[in-house]
Each structure stands twice: as structure tokens, then as C-alpha cells.
Design a protein around this ligand. Structure first.
Ligand code: NAD
Length: 492
């Protein structure tokens, strides 16, 4: 049963036609009742004796139970990773290491459909995205870093690269398998072993990845996976046995981790939050820009660190652009993540839905004007309509804080100087987008923007060969590309 929610808006009439449902087969993935920890190549029950449920955000049904790793469990995983490092992983020939990575990449491709369904069920993202973005990119990362494994001395000429040892890796819930790939592929390529902690709301594909490791014949202990909440992550950070910590998540937790590691010899990279500006000049191809704006903020329900959550529009095209954008919003289909027609899936958790709701309420209270298209929302599950705010002042919370939901704040500018000023007026510095016909203007802007990635006439493009990372409160260090090898190496 679906309910139709109407919003007052002055909106253009929605382009409302019915699509026949196109559901992906759910039973391609066999979900077990329980998943233990992956330690030393085996699945083990947690010594903590604790388990917690994993909920599907689109139906609120319990999918399975997963282990809550305690301190002892984390130490056992770190110990297993150390053992595997000393027992030979760091010493085997780099070409042999590469073979394992290639094998993992191929298995990810072979099992792509199963993994995509698992990702959408557990996390709520549309199957079109997990199928066409998350899975191909996850496999591409393993292929790419497999290629580097036996060429490290060419990546760093005149230096002698060596692995660090045990890499602890903590990841968020927005791209569970893809973040796992971003972390594990370069770590293994460089000869390290790994203890990975997935986010508590999305452990399923990590547990299936454990099976991929076994299938690939990866030596026991090279990859270990400990599930649990923030406390499990805390034990991993505090463990004396780690040599490297790679964290992707909120700026708040990133700061805690940095404080915790101060004074310790643990190499750290932080990939944190963002509040990207997507800047549209009056000479831009407007229809393309509208697609880029929609992709920038409504892709993955806006659960994207580099989401284009602040739209900066040149004043002279404000009205035509907004008309086109609202019309496009009215065509977005929100609903069942496993339906191939779905554009916007479920919000990842109740907690995240509450946060989005609270920030949107603050936008209305502070005086911004809200627009939401008419939209059918399923009765169960966690949902939020694609939303845009106009009449936004830079000081509003919706223009300053990361919402991590399908909510766009629209601001205007007159000159390129003003656009730069406004784009940089944020504590974050992860990404940005520029839409203009003029190449010289793109270069002029890029030189002045404090953002790790700047896309020109496109948005949310990812490629394993391209480094990704932030400035300011978006963190430091780079993942992807040759740059992504360095955080996992030491040099003689
Ligand atoms: P979060 O910081 O709450 O959690 C991230 C991970 O850290 C989870 O696995 C969590 O269990 C763990 N964690 C929580 N508290 C911890 C602690 N005290 N010590 C150690 N680990 C702890 O973030 P989230 O809500 O899961 O993810 C959303 C955030 O991630 C957003 O801010 C987003 O911008 C950011 N993100 C950044 C990037 C990037 O590349 N820069 C990519 C994706 C997401």
C-alpha cells in the first residue's frame, strides 16, 4: 500500500505516469540468520557473547544478527593480522600478491548481482546504483591496485617502499562494499594485512566479502573483519598492535580518533564529511546541469560525503534553472530499493532519518522556503522526499552543516569571485562542481577552490585511478590512484 503525500509548493504538475514494477530477485542472496566475526580465515562467535540485529531500512524487518565484537575479539583479530603479516604475506612475491587481488576482483564481478541485492537490502540504496556504481567500482579498485602490487618501486622511484604491517580500517554505511574496496585493495597491494570494521547498519556485504576472500584462497589472517558499533571501532583505534589507521566517517569521530592517536606511531588518514558547492554559471548547458545537480544531491539519497548539497546559481539564470529543476524532481521515483525503476531509495536508518528531519525543520524555522514534489512513500521503512530549499542565507544550518540526506540548499551569486567566496565559506573542503562552457573559467575557479576534488560539467564521477580526499574538516590523506598507495607504505 502506498500513500500519496501532497506538498504545497507552487510546483509544476508532476509528470505522473505509472511504471510497472521491475523487482530484482531477492532470493539470489542467501542471508543466514547469524554472522560471526571473520578472524584468521574463519568465522568465529564473538568472545563478548553479544549479537545485534541488522534491519532492512526499506521494510524495517530484521534481516539477520551480527556479532558485536568486544575488546578481546578485536585483539584476536589484530593478532591474527600480525601473524599473517609475519608468516609471509609481506614476504611473498608482489606478483603473487597481485594474483590474489585479481582473483578477488573477478569474484566480485562474478557475484555482482548477489552482492548488489545484498547491498540494497541491507543499506536501502536503489538496486540501479548498487548494480551500476558500487559493484563495478569495487571490482575496479581491486583490478587497479592488483596492477600496482608488483610496480611499487616504479610508483616511488629512488625510494624503497615497504609495507607498514597491520592496517586497521573503519568505514561508514553509505557505500559499504565500495568503501571496503577503497580500503582493503591498496592495503593488500602494498603487502599489509587488515582488520576492517564495517558500519553497524551495513555489515552484510562485508560478511559476504569474507566468503569472497575464502573463495579466492587468500591466506588466513590477511583480511579480518570485526563487526560492531562505535565501541568496537574504539577498541581497534586503541589497540597497540596496529601500524596504520584509515578512517572514513564523520568529522566528529575523526577528531576523536586523531586525538586518540596523538603521540603514537600509527600512520593516519581521515576521510570525513563534506558540504560541496555545485556552481552553475549562466553559460552552462542547463539541461545537463540539472542532471548533474540531481545526481549530485539525490544519488544514494544524498548519503554521499561529496554530495553537491549547496547549489550556487548565477542570478541571471536562477528562475529558468529552478523551474527545470523542480520539474525534474517531480519525475524522481522514491521507493523499493530492489525495484529497478527506483531513483531514490530508503534512508539508511531511523537515526539518520531523525537527523535529516531535524535539519530540514531548522531550515524552515530559519526562514528558508521548502519545495518537495508530490511523492508516493511506502508505509513501512525510512523515507524522505527529495527536498530543495530556496531563500537560503549562508548562515543557516542547512547551508553550513552536512545533512547527509536528499536535501539541497540553493543560493545565488553574481560574479565568479562571489561564487568562490561562497563555495569556500564552509568548514569542509571535500569536493565541488562547476558548470560552464568556458574552459578558462573552470581553470580560474579550480585554482581558488579549497576542495579535494573539483568536477567540471559533471558530478560524482569516481575512478580508481583518481585520488580522492579532503581539505580542512574533510580530513587528510588521499585514497585512489598512485596517491592511495603512499598511506600504506613506509620508505627506507
Ligand atoms: P560515523 O563517524 O558515525 O561512523 C563511521 C564509522 O566509525 C562506523 O563504522 C562507526 O561504527 C565507527 N565509529 C563510531 N564511533 C567511533 C569511535 N568513537 N571510534 C572508532 N570508530 C567509531 O559516520 P557515519 O554516520 O557512519 O558516516 C557518515 C559520515 O561519513 C559522513 O560525515 C560522511 O561525510 C562521511 N563519509 C566520508 C567519506 C569520505 O571519503 N570523505 C566517504 C563516505 C562517508
Amino acid at each position: 500500500m502506498a500513500q500519496v503525500e501532497k506538498r504545497p509548493s507552487g510546483a509544476p504538475a508532476p509528470l505522473d505516469w505509472e511504471y510497472a514494477p521491475a523487482p530484482e530477485a531477492r532470493d539470489i542472496v542467501r542471508i543466514r540468520d547469524r554472522y560471526g566475526l571473520f578472524v584468521g580465515g574463519e568465522e568465529v562467535d564473538p568472545r563478548s557473547g553479544e549479537w545485534f540485529p541488522s534491519i532492512s531500512p526499506s521494510s524495517e524487518e530484521q534481516l539477520f544478527e551480527v556479532a558485536q565484537a568486544g575488546k578481546e575479539d578485536v585483539e584476536l583479530a589484530v593478532h591474527a593480522a600480525r601473524g599473517a603479516f609475519d608468516d609471509g604475506w609481506s614476504g611473498i612475491s608482489p606478483a603473487e600478491r597481485a594474483k590474489y587481488l585479481f582473483r578477488i576482483a573477478r569474484i566480485l564481478q562474478e557475484r555482482a548481482r548477489e552482492l548488489a541485492v545484498a547491498e540494497s537490502l541491507d543499506g536501502g540504496k536503489p538496486i540501479r546504483e548498487s548494480r551500476d556504481v558500487d559493484l563495478p567500482l569495487a571490482a575496479a579498485h581491486f583490478f587497479y591496485y592488483a596492477g600496482w602490487a608488483d610496480k611499487l618501486e616504479y610508483a616511488f622511484p629512488q625510494r624503497t617502499p615497504k609495507p607498514l604491517g597491520v592496517a586497521a580500517q573503519i568505514i561508514p554505511w553509505n557505500f559499504p562494499l565500495l568503501m571496503l574496496a577503497w580500503k582493503i585493495a591498496p592495503a593488500l597491494a602494498c603487502g599489509n594485512t587488515v582488520v576492517l570494521k564495517p558500519a553497524e547498519t551495513t555489515p552484510l556485504t562485508a560478511m559476504l566479502f569474507a566468503d569472497v576472500c575464502r573463495q579466492a584462497g587468500l591466506p588466513p589472517g590477511v583480511v579480518n573483519i570485526v563487526t560492531g558499533d562505535g565501541s568496537t571501532g574504539g577498541y581497534l583505534v586503541k589497540s597497540e598492535g596496529i601500524d596504520k589507521l584509515a578512517f572514513t566517517g564523520s568529522t566528529e569521530v575523526g577528531k576523536l580518533i586523531q586525538r586518540e592517536l596523538a603521540g603514537r606511531e600509527v600512520k593516519l588518514t581521515l576521510e570525513l564529511g563534506g558540504k560541496a558547492a555545485n556552481i552553475v554559471f549562466d553559460d552552462a548547458a542547463l539541461d545537463q546541469a540539472v542532471e548533474g545537480i540531481v545526481n549530485g544531491i539525490y544519488f544514494n539519497q544524498g548519503h554521499v560525503c561529496c554530495a553537491g548539497s549547496r547549489l550556487l546559481v548565477q542570478e541571471s539564470i536562477y528562475e529558468p534553472l529552478l523551474d527545470k529543476l523542480k520539474r525534474r524532481l517531480s519525475t524522481l521515483r522514491v521507493g523499493d530499493p530492489l525495484d529497478k525503476n527506483t531513483d531514490v531509495g530508503a534512508i539508511n536508518s531511523k537515526a539518520q532519518l531523525d537527523r535529516i528531519t531535524e535539519l530540514v525543520a531548522s531550515g524552515e524555522e530559519e526562514g528558508a522556503e521548502i519545495y518537495q514534489p508530490e511523492c508516493r512513500l511506502p508505509e513501512r521503512g525510512y523515507w524522505f522526499r527529495p527536498t530543495l530549499f530556496t531563500n537560503v542565507a549562508q548562515s543557516y544550518r542547512i547551508a553550513q552543516e552536512e545533512i547527509f540526506g536528499p536535501v539541497l540548499s540553493v543560493l545565488t551569486f553574481r560574479t565568479p569571485e562571489e561564487a568562490v567566496e561562497k563555495a569556500n565559506n564552509t568548514a569542509f573542503g571535500l569536493s565541488a562542481g562547476i558548470w560552464t562552457e568556458k574552459g578558462s573559467r573552470i581553470l580560474w575557479m579550480v585554482e581558488r577552490m579549497r576542495a579535494g576534488v573539483v568536477w567540471a560539467n559533471t558530478f560524482n564521477r569516481f575512478d580508481p585511478t583518481s585520488p580522492f580526499g579532503g581539505y580542512k574538516e574533510s580530513g587528510f590523506g588521499r585514497e585512489g590512484g598512485r596517491h592511495g598507495l603512499e598511506p600504506y607504505l613506509t620508505f627506507e
